[in-house]
Design a protein around this ligand. Structure first.
Ligand SMILES: Nc1nc2c(c(=O)[nH]1)N[C@H]1C(S)=C(S)[C@@H](COP(=O)(O)O)O[C@H]1N2
Ligand SMILES: [Mo]
Length: 347
């Protein structure tokens, strides 16, 4: 269902789980009784026009960002609401916007969790282009507008599980990677997709450092069937708003059944290859990080067990240590991709 944005709904009005759950149950009951959606649905704090409308997550109004370029505005005015009952849906609390944008891994800006939001304020994303290369019929260097504009933006609420054992639930805005890949027509030789992040030492302070542990650019990759999977997402925003620099503006990958490091930020290159591409973390520490990096509570990192995680934010009242699920809880959707593979060997 295509819906219009509701710019003055504050997320604190819609994200509390109590309100959300009640409303969800209420809507289910209402639907079950044949009540017309939108007619009887007035809940405190919810300016409901259509059901999906009120359920869309929004950044706090005092933190909403201005459009990175003119053409973005229209895209964000009509975002397809997340299907809250579909196969990818979750009932879990969203991680508050504040936490999503201040606790980050983006090593180009530094290794502390606060570095990305403190040091990326002036990051320029206009103009931005993405090179499409390799085993593909339509290679070229494309303006971001050409990359994004043909797609309808939708909201996807996914768990994000970092290998450091913290996790969040984030409402992303974007479109399936598969839809983009189809437009550029990979050849039959394309078995993998490789991604690269911008290299710009003037804007990315850690790329100027002699002590940096990563050999820039930050690189990631997927097998073609993983890249084409409907869960695999290219995100251009979160909480209904434009992507903050610290989260990977203007466009980043989100692969929810893999550890967070696969979800590469600020992409400038997508290359189709016949061979498995080199990826940053496995180049650095091949015994600790593999190419696949599927979330797996049974295969432990040499220094960290992976069977539990801390769901952020951690508060005085919630200890929030929860068991980690196989494939981060997306096993029904993705387990078949790895049939017959020894996942302790292909970690
Ligand atoms: N280019 C780039 N992409 C990156 C990283 C990075 O350091 N550089 N960190 C990764 C890691 S380890 C994680 S957990 C996620 C964090 O995404 P978030 O900050 O939006 O939560 O981004 C991933 N993408
Ligand atoms: Mo991570």
């Amino acid at each position: 269902m295509l819906i219009k944005s509701a710019p003055d709904i504050h997320p604190s009005e819609i994200t509390p789980e109590s309100v959300y759950r009640n409303r969800r149950q209420f809507m289910k009951d209402a639907m079950g009784l044949g009540v017309v959606a939108g007619a009887g649905l007035t809940m405190p704090g919810l300016a409901a026009a259509a059901p999906g409308d009120a359920l869309r997550a929004r950044a706090p109004t005092d933190m909403q960002r201005s459009a990175p370029a003119d053409w973005w505005q229209g895209k964000f005015d009509s975002i397809l609401a997340a299907d809250r009952d579909g196969p990818f849906a979750t009932d879990e609390d969203l991680t508050p916007y504040q936490d999503v944008v201040t606790y980050n891994n983006f090593y180009e800006f530094g290794t502390d969790k606060e570095d990305p939001h403190r040091r990326s304020g002036g990051f320029q994303v206009d103009p931005w282009s993405v090179a499409i290369e390799g085993e593909v019929n339509k290679p070229g260097v494309y303006d971001l507008e050409d990359i994004v504009n043909p797609h309808t933006l939708e909201e996807r609420i996914y768990r994000l599980r970092c290998v450091e054992r913290w996790s969040m639930v984030i409402p992303w805005v974007g479109f399936p990677l598969a839809d983009l890949i189809k437009r550029f027509e990979p050849t039959s030789k394309a078995k993998y997709v490789a991604f690269e992040t911008l290299v710009d030492p003037e804007q990315m302070p850690a790329q100027r450092s002699r002590f940096s542990i990563i050999d820039w650019p930050y690189r990631e990759g997927l097998r073609m069937d993983e890249a084409m999977h409907p869960l695999t997402f290219l995100a251009v925003g979160l909480y209904g708003d434009y992507m903050p620099p610290q989260n990977g503006a203007p466009i980043r990958l989100v692969v929810p059944w893999k550890y967070g490091f696969k979800s590469i930020k600020s992409i400038v290159k997508i290359r189709f290859t016949e061979e498995e591409p080199a990826t940053s973390w496995s180049m650095m520490q091949p015994n600790e990080y593999g190419f696949y990096a599927n979330v797996n509570p049974e295969v432990h990192h040499p220094r960290w067990r992976q069977d539990m995680e801390t769901r952020l934010p951690r508060t005085l009242f919630s200890f929030a240590r929860i068991p980690t699920e196989m494939f981060n809880g997306y096993g029904d959707q993705v387990a078949h991709l790895y049939e017959g593979m020894d996942l302790s060997r292909y970690y």
